[in-house]
Design a protein around this ligand. Sequence first.
Ligand code: MRU
Length: 346
Amino acid sequence: MTIAAIRWDETIGSDGRGGIRLLDQTLLPGQAVDREITTTDGLVTAIQELAVRGAPALGVAGAMGVALAMDEGARRGWSPAQVQAAVERVRLARPTAVNLAWGVDQVRPLMPQGRVVVLSAAHRVAAANEAANRELSRLGADWLLARIDRPRLRAITHCNTGALATAAWGTGFGVLCELHERGRLEIVYADETRPLLQGSRLTAYELADAGIDHVVQADGAAASTILRGLVDVAVVGADRIAGNGDVANKIGTLGVALACADAGIPFMVAAPWSTVDLATAHGGDIEIELRSEDEVTHVAGALVAPQGSRGFNPAFDVTPARLVSAIATERGVLEASLGQVPRDVS
Ligand code: MRU
């Protein structure tokens, strides 16, 4: 099955301009239902509800969102300032994954050249992400196989980093698929990834689809799985990588990294270069999205805490560079603990 998290669909809407077709990830794995998006408010809602999510997919959403705002502006007779305000709402819809703002910024300067030019640039953002993911996966797998002396690797992953989270193929998930295709992957332990269960709902869905042997485990099992020697490596994605190599990723990633450091196994981050944010010097400067308390105090709409207990729901954490063994990008594999991310890696 080819999973398309996000694409421009010319057939959406009645004015021939089309719109964004999203696979609504809030409904997976039970239902595979698309959302058709023709307004920037609809896109902002889809981003905030995590109907579309994952840093590289958000980059594509940002780029396509610019074309969407131009089309909506033409339909509704918006002034240029109103169109720019709509673009800005998309750009700021979620704060942590740098790719969203990056995707907007890739195409926004082209707005004076018209929506056709903007839309083709957005398509290029998507195509470039797929190419980057395939290359970083190949490089990441090479790096791991050169360092871990086992015929087939046992891996742990956290959150979802596959095609659902990207334009195609995946980042951390892409590394796992690359190992699988080389016959060098034994099993994946997928953390369920509370509170919104991207691991059990989405990663397990993609692992099953790829024919990769896997188990889903509670997030609280991760450290024990690692220290019991059940895995050889952790492979995760990233939402933003600061200039010093600190990595923001889904809440719970930091605990996985700490356990890997204690067990002495590699903790690999896989991300396209668009996730590297050299303008942010340290992880401490990364804005961490704080989401609704209800996502923690409720499961599938049912209250699972005493009435009145408050929830604390940071969506991401920051893993210090010293705990990161390697960052696999399409430009090369960086050993982040060596210090500053190089500005020009080729
Ligand atoms: O809140 P989400 O589901 O958007 O969080 C996604 C993650 O944390 C992913 O690990 C990250 O974006 C990398 S996706 C290739």
